[in-house]
Write a protein that binds this ligand. Sequence first.
Ligand code: NAD
Length: 266
Amino acid sequence: MKIGIVGCAGRMGRMLVATVLETAGADLAGGTEQPGSEAIGQDVAVLAGGDTTGLAVGDDPAALFQQSDVVIDFTAPAATVAHAAMAAETGTALVAGTTGLASEDDAALAQAAERTVILRAANFSIGVNLMLGLTEQVAGLLGDDYDIEIVEMHHRHKVDAPSGTALAIGEAAAKGRGVNLEDVSERVRDGITGARRAGDIGFATLRGGDVTGEHSAIFATDGERIEITHKAANRGLFAKGAIRAALWTAGQPAGLYSMRDVLGFS
Ligand code: NAD
């Protein structure tokens, strides 16, 4: 399967290139970067720490979509929306890991999914997807005398907050409780906030160092606390999950899919 990587010089982009090159059944179709990037013209694989492949980093994503069966995108929201339109135009599948998308960006991806396969995940690790299912289940079993708080920590370079994964955990908890996250979400607390509202789902964001990604869903009531925690040790697991997802798209009908479809978690 021919896999293209947009944003191939990024932290995730390099990891994706390296992982495609070592995955049986996956061929690297090429990589692109945004116009003006110093990476343009350099060998895609050398940038990723490997041997030369003769494939130079390009700045023409439309051409990359033409040459690929599936394109993997861990870039930035505006770029991912533009790439989804190209995927719809060419019928190429898109695996999108970018986080921080606004609701209108989500709508643009859903529209593209009417014409091609769009697979989105805020987190491509198996463990986090298991955690989403567990959080939904636990939230459904416990009443709202259990306060739900979601805590996440990431490296100092991360630009969006709370993380897409923290929000996905919040969505799972809200779904378990049968409520809309938007109605109960408490994303920032500062100053004299008053007492906690029953039923709220709170978020706390920590940033620092080189932390790849840590998430906890906390269920706290009088006398006890349950915590479900996931810690990612390196980005390799996201890249492996994204490539597994890319291979899974072969032969799927157009539609919007998630990592839970790939893993068979209901
Ligand atoms: P990064 O800043 O290191 O890399 C992003 C790359 O995208 C950069 O090289 C940038 O130049 C490139 N880019 C931006 N606009 C582009 C365009 N129009 N065309 C081509 N390239 C473009 O960031 P990162 O740490 O690799 O993370 C990227 C995204 O992936 C973030 O949104 C992050 O939250 C998300 N992420 C998701 C998961 C997951 O499992 N879903 C895991 C890790 C990171």
